[in-house]
Design a protein. Structure first.
Length: 458
C-alpha cells in the first residue's frame, strides 16, 4: 500500500479530532489493527517508519484523521516491555507480533481517551465570558487546566510540551479562533517557556496562560505584588514577598461570599463515588513525587521533608487523620511551637477568597478528616477531597497548601500508594464553588495513581 506522507505529517485540526463528531467503538480496534498491520515486522535494526506509516494510513482510512497521533509518545505514560504492552515508539514497541499489535491497540485507545478527556475539559470552560477581565481570568484558568491534564497524560517528561501546544491550539479553535491564528498565538505565548525533558515550574505554565489570555482579550496581566498563591500559600519563583510573614496585604475584596460555605455545598454535591474507581492494590515505585517537589524548594525544603518523614511514619502505623495530627505536621512545616486551628475568618489568593468562621468549624473539620478513611469512597476521591477540605477550611494561619499536600499524601500512603509525580495536582488554583473542578482533581489523582501502579508492576 502506497503511503501518502501528507496524510500523516499534518496534525489533525480540532474539527477533525473532536470525538463528539466522530463516533468510535473501542471493541473494533483489535480487529482493525490486525487487518491494517503488515504481517512481516521490520527486522531489529531496520528502519521501521514505513511500517508504522502503513499502519497509520490504514487506521486513518478506517477511523478518520482523528486517529493521527496514536503513535505519539506516552499518552498513558507507557512502560516499554511492561506487563501491559503500550506503544512508546517503533524502536521499543515493535517486538513480537502479538505484543506489537497489542501495543498499537493500546496506542489507539490511549489517544482516543486523551481526546475524550480534552473534549470534556473544553466543555467545562466554554463558552467563555465576554467581559474582558472576566474573559482574561477564564482564558488563564483554561490554559493552566489544559496544560496540567495533558502533562498528566503524557508523563510530563518527554514531548509533553508539543502535545500541550496542540491541545491549546485545539481549544482556541473550539472557542472560535481560526486555526492559523490559533497556532501563531500559542507559539508566541509558549515561546521559551515550554521545554522537552523538563517538568515546568508552576510560574512558567501560568506565564503562558497570562500571555495567551492577554493576546486574546487585550487585558494586561496584573503585577505580582499580591501574595503569590499558586496554589494556596505556595509561592513560586515570581513572588517578591518571601517569606510569607513579610508579605504586605493585598487589596480588600467584598466579602459577600463565604468560600468555606461554598465548598461545603460542593463537597456534598460532588459525585465522589462515580468520578474515580477503587484502586487495585498498593502502588509505589522508587520515586516519591512529593519528596522530590519538596527537595526542589529553596525556602523551607528541609522542614517540609522532616514533616514528610513524620507523615510517612504515621501512615505506616495506620494512624487516623485528625486535626491534632495535621497540626503536628504543620509545626514541623512552619518551624513553630504551636499551629492552632484558626478562630477568626481567613483569606487567601490575595484576598480573592475568604473563609468565614462558624462555631461548628472545629467539629465539621474533624468529621471531614475522618471521612478520608471511608472505604466506600474510592481512594483517589478521598485523597482529592481531603486536599480540598484543608484548602477551604483553611485551618492554619499560614502554609495551608502545604498542609493540604501532606494530608493528600497521608491518605494515599496509608493505603500503600505513593505517587511518582504530584506536580499536576499542585499547579491549578481551584475555586471553592466549582463542583467540576473538585471532581476533576479526583480524576487527576486517579490518573497519577494508575501511572504509578503500572510502573510498579513493570
Amino acid at each position: 500500500m502506497a503511503v501518502d506522507p501528507m496524510m500523516l505529517v499534518r496534525k489533525p485540526t480540532w474539527a477533525e479530532a473532536d470525538p463528539g463528531t466522530h463516533p468510535f467503538d473501542p471493541a473494533t480496534v483489535p480487529a482493525v489493527v490486525r487487518a491494517v498491520a503488515p504481517p512481516e515486522l521490520p527486522a531489529p535494526g531496520e528502519p521501521a517508519r514505513a511500517w508504522v506509516d502503513t499502519v497509520s494510513l490504514g487506521l486513518v482510512e478506517h477511523y478518520g484523521r482523528w486517529v493521527v497521533g496514536w503513535d505519539g509518545r506516552r499518552f498513558a505514560h507507557a512502560v516499554p516491555g511492561g506487563p501491559e504492552p503500550r506503544w512508546c515508539c517503533a524502536e521499543d514497541s515493535i517486538t513480537t507480533p502479538e505484543r506489537t499489535l497489542a501495543a498499537i491497540v493500546s496506542g489507539v485507545l490511549d489517544w482516543r481517551a486523551l481526546l475524550e478527556e480534552v473534549a470534556e475539559h473544553f466543555a467545562w470552560h466554554l463558552p467563555l465570558p465576554t467581559e474582558p477581565r472576566a474573559a482574561f481570568a477564564a482564558w488563564e484558568a483554561a490554559v493552566v487546566d489544559l496544560v496540567t491534564i495533558t502533562a498528566s497524560r503524557t508523563g510530563a517528561d518527554e514531548f509533553w510540551y508539543g502535545h500541550s501546544k496542540q491541545v491549546l491550539g485545539w481549544f482556541l479553535a473550539a472557542a472560535g479562533v481560526p486555526d492559523t491564528v490559533a497556532a501563531s498565538m500559542v507559539a508566541e505565548a509558549t515561546r521559551g517557556r515550554f521545554r522537552s525533558w523538563t517538568v515546568q515550574p508552576v510560574a512558567s505554565i501560568i506565564d503562558a496562560g497570562e500571555a495567551l489570555a492577554a493576546a486574546l482579550t487585550g487585558v494586561a496581566p496584573g503585577g505580582d505584588e499580591w501574595p503569590d498563591t499558586w496554589p494556596w500559600d505556595w509561592p513560586n519563583r515570581r513572588t517578591t514577598q518571601m517569606p510569607s510573614a513579610a508579605r504586605s496585604p493585598g487589596p480588600e475584596y467584598a466579602r459577600s461570599v463565604d468560600s468555606l460555605t461554598e465548598w461545603r455545598r460542593v463537597r456534598a454535591a460532588a459525585r465522589w463515588s462515580d468520578v474515580a474507581e477503587h484502586l487495585d492494590g498498593p502502588a509505589r515505585t522508587g520515586r516519591d513525587g512529593l519528596a522530590e517537589h519538596f527537595a526542589a524548594r529553596e525556602d523551607g525544603g528541609d522542614r517540609l521533608l522532616a514533616a514528610l518523614e513524620s507523615v510517612r511514619a504515621d501512615a505506616v502505623a495506620g494512624a487516623a487523620l485528625t486535626f491534632d495530627r495535621l497540626a503536628a505536621w504543620q509545626r514541623l512545616v512552619l518551624g513553630v511551637r504551636a499551629a492552632p486551628l484558626r478562630t477568626t475568618p481567613a483569606a487567601a489568593k490575595g484576598g480573592r477568597e475568604w473563609y468565614a468562621y462558624w462555631p461548628d468549624v472545629p467539629e465539621a473539620f474533624e468529621r471531614c478528616l475522618a471521612e478520608a478513611a471511608d472505604p466506600g469512597v474510592p481512594l483517589p476521591s478521598r485523597a482529592a477531597r481531603v486536599y480540598l477540605d484543608v484548602a477551604f477550611f483553611h485551618p492554619f494561619a499560614d502554609g495551608n497548601a502545604r498542609a493540604a499536600a501532606l494530608a493528600l499524601y497521608f491518605v494515599l500512603a496509608r493505603e500503600g500508594v505513593v505517587l511518582e509525580r504530584v506536580v499536576p495536582l499542585l499547579v491549578v488554583a481551584r475555586p471553592a464553588r466549582d463542583v467540576r473542578a473538585a471532581e476533576a482533581l479526583a480524576r487527576t489523582v486517579a490518573v497519577l495513581a494508575e501511572q504509578t501502579r503500572r510502573h510498579a508492576g513493570a
